[in-house]
Write a protein that binds this ligand. Structure first.
Ligand SMILES: [Cu+2]
Length: 119
């Protein structure tokens, strides 16, 4: 009987150590996934900026927007004229619309790369 009593704790320990190494392997894999998620977030990092459309000039392919701070361009809120990368943008909004948009520098011009109506 005495030998059986000592055998049980050893067995439990062996199982526990196998389980903990499996848990460590999972934790490592989880860490890798978290790293990928962070990379995805920075790739899509440009936040949308809120604004109100003041003017849509389809001939010049420009939109005037009173906008809030644009973080990626380090720009405070103001009213200004944007170029449009895609003329389709001009069809998506009209004067007076509240919008959310993304803008980027293209050479010396500010260009709207994406725009949609704000809800
Ligand atoms: Cu501006």
């Amino acid at each position: 009987m005495k030998s059986l009593n000592t055998l049980i704790p050893v067995t439990v320990f062996a199982i526990a150590s196998v389980a903990s190494s499996a848990a460590m392997a999972q934790a490592t894999m989880g860490g890798g996934k978290m790293g990928e998620m962070k990379m995805d977030q920075s790739a899509a990092a440009v936040e949308m900026t809120e604004g109100v459309v003041r003017k849509v000039d389809k001939n010049a392919k420009k939109i005037t927007i009173k906008h809030g701070a644009i973080k990626n361009l380090d720009m405070p809120g103001m009213t200004m004229v944007f170029q449009t990368a895609d003329p389709a943008v001009l069809e998506q909004v009209q004067k007076g619309d509240k919008v959310k948009f993304r803008a980027a520098m293209d050479g010396s011009a500010m260009v709207i790369t994406e725009i949609r109506l704000a809800k």
